[in-house]
Design a protein around this ligand. Structure first.
Ligand code: HEC
Ligand code: HEC
Ligand code: HEC
Ligand code: HEC
Ligand code: HEC
Ligand code: HEC
Length: 279
């Protein structure tokens, strides 16, 4: 009798053990598991590996009971980027909503998706690849169901961005070019911060503090940002977002003046700048 029960026990243990509240012979999950917020949350947080029983591509396991997820979901669910997250602001998949179904950005670890993806007052819109390795569907390795070593927590990868040396520690970014002075990978910013001129490099009213070369002297003489960066700035506002935080310093001097990258030539504010060094 014992010998006969053992194989049956092993069979059940493979695709039937585990969940509290389930005591039927064929079932694995508790009652009410078809409710989206119940099994959906388990899937998103990878409470267990759905692929173990429902098949490598989730179209059904070898145990006929472990049905295909497509039995109930719309056909394109694996490539629908708002099936599990996003969809509140746009269809890109970016939070809000986050994977725990929060729709209030202030309740999220990184409330600044919209500031980077939609707010174009300071720079051109970024895409997901600036900060993440972007999956093509729900089965992409590293994303959720296959080979995700950090279940329930998003992976941030800045290596393809202008801040390729940047680091995210869960609450803030450091070694950032984008949030820096414009002189290197020297910026840091809290995820909850809102930034304006003067938070990264000195702003129009800061007298050139910490800026390179002859900034301080010129600003002290009443020369304005837009006099030397006329392509980027007008009246202390960014006038061409494609030139700001684009990875290069855009110098556009008044007519008659040129800048070689280290020295200036020409006449400006009635002063001859022949061969004058910037640094
Ligand atoms: C009995 C029907 C049924 C089965 C089987 C099923 N689902 Fe669902 N699931 C739903 C419904 C209904 C929704 C709501 C979305 C929709 O209408 O397509 C949903 C939504 C989800 C969501 C999104 C939840 C959210 O709010 O973000 C995830 C994730 C999910 N299912 C995972 C799975 C996985 C993985 C499988 C297969 C292992 C599976 N489901 C099988 C019915 C089902
Ligand atoms: C150990 C095997 C096993 C694992 C792991 C497993 N399932 Fe299942 N699943 C089953 C079996 C067997 C059934 C059919 C019997 C039942 O409903 O419990 C099933 C049924 C379901 C159903 C339909 C439930 C209903 O009431 O109609 C959903 C939804 C589901 N699974 C989602 C998931 C999700 C999401 C995961 C991963 C978080 C997962 N399963 C992991 C074995 C498994
Ligand atoms: C400026 C950088 C940046 C950009 C651009 C960005 N993200 Fe994120 N994203 C983050 C950070 C930082 C986190 C928080 C990671 C953590 O929880 O530690 C995050 C988290 C997430 C999460 C998980 C949220 C949760 O519930 O934990 C998803 C999903 C996500 N991003 C999707 C996207 C998508 C889709 C895009 C493009 C449309 C995008 N992100 C663009 C930085 C970015
Ligand atoms: C079945 C649910 C589901 C679907 C569909 C889905 N995602 Fe995700 N996604 C998640 C979960 C859960 C996370 C949280 C991170 C984790 O577990 O690693 C995540 C995280 C992300 C992240 C943060 C980086 C990472 O991998 O951690 C990006 C970017 C992302 N998803 C983009 C997309 C895009 C683009 C699509 C559509 C092609 C998509 N997602 C479809 C569930 C899903
Ligand atoms: C999030 C950080 C950040 C904020 C906020 C910021 N800047 Fe910048 N800014 C930079 C970086 C980094 C550079 C370095 C050059 C580049 O990549 O465009 C820069 C360069 C500049 C330049 C040099 C010209 C150019 O095209 O490179 C000017 C002028 C400038 N910023 C003005 C402003 C003004 C005005 C504001 C407020 C409206 C502002 N910045 C807010 C990060 C910032
Ligand atoms: C007299 C001309 C002049 C004025 C006025 C000026 N800049 Fe610049 N700026 C330059 C030059 C030239 C460079 C390029 C330095 C280099 O080659 O590295 C530069 C570089 C920068 C950089 C890159 C980082 C750095 O310190 O070199 C930033 C950011 C910047 N300017 C912002 C501003 C802002 C904001 C204002 C107004 C508050 C301003 N600049 C006013 C000429 C000027």
């Amino acid at each position: 009798m014992r010998l006969l029960l053992l194989p049956l026990f092993l069979l059940l243990a493979t695709c039937d053990g585990g969940k509290v509240g389930d005591d039927t012979a064929s079932g694995h999950h508790p009652d009410g598991y078809d409710v989206p917020t119940v099994h959906g949350m388990d899937a998103k947080l990878q409470v267990e590996e759905c692929t173990d029983c429902h098949g490598a591509d989730l179209t059904g396991g070898t145990d006929a009971e472990a049905l295909s997820c497509d039995t109930c979901h719309a056909a394109e669910w694996r490539t629908d980027c708002t099936f599990c997250h996003g969809g509140t602001d746009d269809t890109s998949g970016a939070p809000p909503e986050d994977i725990r179904d929060n729709t209030d950005p202030s309740a999220m670890g990184f409330p600044a998706h919209a500031a980077h993806l939609q707010d174009t007052s300071l720079h051109a819109a970024f895409d997901c690849a600036t900060c993440h390795v972007v999956p093509t569907d729900a089965m992409t390795p590293g994303h959720i169901f296959v080979g995700d070593a950090t279940a329930g927590s998003a992976d941030v990868d800045l290596s393809a961005s202008r801040s390729s040396a940047g680091e995210w520690n869960g609450t803030s970014c450091s070694n950032m070019y984008c949030h820096g002075s414009g002189q290197g990978d020297d910026g840091a910013v809290e995820a909850t911060a809102s930034v304006t001129c003067g938070d990264c490099h000195a702003g129009p009213d800061d007298g050139g503090s910490g800026m390179s070369g002859e900034h301080r002297e010129h600003l002290g003489e009443g020369v304005a940002c837009e006099d030397c960066h006329s392509a980027t700035v007008t009246n202390d506002d960014i006038s061409d977002i494609t030139l700001h935080v684009n990875g290069e310093v855009n110098v556009a001097l008044p007519s008659g003046m040129t800048y070689s990258g280290s020295t200036c030539e020409g006449e400006c504010h009635r002063e001859d700048h022949r061969g004058e060094r910037w640094d």
